[in-house]
Design a binder for this molecule. Structure first.
Ligand code: SF4
Length: 274
C-alpha cells in the first residue's frame, strides 16, 4: 500500500486517538467547524496581510499608533470576510461579541510586541522605520512538502535574523506550554525546512497570542524526534486500512463540558459493548 502524505495535524491526531485518525483521514468523514478554528483562520489572515500594508508615511514618533490602527482595521475586515462561516456556527450575539473582543485583544498584544521589535531594530541597526519593517517582514504561509518523507506542512512565518532562520507559528491557545503535540509540530517544520534547504533552522517557536513568543532551539535530537514519529505513522497507516487496526483511545478529549470530538456520534466511545 502506498504511503499517505501526512502532516503535523494528521500525525498528532493519530497519536491522540488512532480511531479519530481513521474517521478523519481514511474515511474522510466531515469535521464540524467551531469558533476556535474560524477564529484561528481570521487571525492568520490578519497577520499574513499585515505585512503587505503601505508604510511609506510611517514616522518614528507615530508608527506605534499606525501599527495598532492597521491591525484593528485588518482584523475588522477579516472578521467581516468570515461572516457566513461565523453565522453558520449559530453563536448567540453575546458569545460572538466575546470572541470578537478577545481576538482583538490578542492581536493588539501581538501588535505591542511588533512595535517593541521595530523600536529595538531601529535603535540597534540605526535604520529607518521602513527599513526595520522590511527586515521584520517574514516569508508567510509557506508550504513545505517532502517526497522522501511523505509529509507536508504549512509554516506561518519564516524570519531570517542575522543569517539565522527562525520558524514561527501563531496560536490562540489558552495554554502556553510546549505540549508534546506542539513540540512535534515544530520538530516536523524544522525537518521539512532542513530537507528543503539543507540547512537547519536555528529556532522554532510559537507566538501564543494571549501571552508571548516562546522559542525552542533546533538540534539533531529534535529532527530525530520528527523522523521517528513520521516513520512510525507510515509503518502503521501504510499497512492497515481497516477500522480494527485503529483502536479508540478514550479520554477527556472524547467529550468535555462545552464540546465533543467531531466523531463522537459515530464512535460512541462510552456505549457498552454487549
Ligand atoms: S470519540 Fe474519543 S475514542 Fe472516538 S474517535 Fe473521538 S477521540 Fe477517539
Amino acid at each position: 500500500m502506498a504511503k499517505r502524505v501526512e502532516s503535523p495535524s494528521s500525525i498528532n491526531t493519530f497519536k491522540q486517538c488512532p480511531r479519530k485518525y481513521f474517521y478523519q483521514y481514511i474515511l474522510k468523514l466531515p469535521t464540524v467547524p467551531n469558533i476556535h478554528q474560524v477564529r484561528g483562520n481570521i487571525v492568520h489572515s490578519t497577520l499574513e496581510t499585515f505585512y503587505d500594508i503601505d508604510v511609506t508615511d510611517w514616522h518614528i514618533d507615530t508608527f506605534p499608533l499606525k501599527v495598532r490602527e492597521a491591525i484593528q482595521r485588518l482584523f475588522l475586515h477579516q472578521w467581516r470576510q468570515y461572516t457566513a462561516k461565523l453565522e453558520s456556527l449559530q453563536l448567540n450575539k453575546d458569545k460572538e461579541r466575546f470572541y470578537f473582543e478577545e481576538t482583538m485583544l490578542m492581536l493588539l498584544n501581538w501588535a505591542n510586541h511588533f512595535v517593541a521589535d521595530m523600536q529595538k531594530t531601529i535603535l540597534e541597526k540605526k535604520i529607518t522605520v521602513q527599513e526595520a519593517f522590511l527586515i521584520l517582514t517574514p516569508i508567510r504561509e509557506q508550504e513545505f512538502q517532502s517526497q522522501a518523507l511523505c509529509v507536508k506542512g504549512f509554516v506561518d512565518a519564516i524570519h531570517e535574523v542575522d543569517g539565522q532562520i527562525h520558524i514561527l507559528d501563531y496560536k490562540t491557545n489558552s495554554s502556553f506550554d510546549f505540549k508534546e503535540s506542539i513540540k512535534l509540530q515544530l520538530a516536523i517544520y524544522s525537518l521539512l525546512y532542513y530537507e528543503t534547504h539543507s540547512k537547519m533552522p536555528s529556532k522554532v517557536g510559537i507566538f501564543f497570542l494571549r501571552n508571548k513568543l516562546k522559542w525552542l532551539n533546533v538540534d539533531q535530537t529534535l529532527l530525530d524526534l520528527a523522523k521517528r514519529e513520521i516513520e512510525f505513522i507510515h509503518a502503521h497507516t501504510s499497512s492497515f486500512e481497516v477500522i480494527e487496526h485503529y483502536p479508540k483511545s478514550i479520554s477527556s478529549l472524547c467529550k468535555w463540558s462545552t464540546g465533543q470530538c467531531d466523531f463522537y456520534a459515530t464512535c460512541k466511545p462510552h456505549e457498552k459493548v454487549t
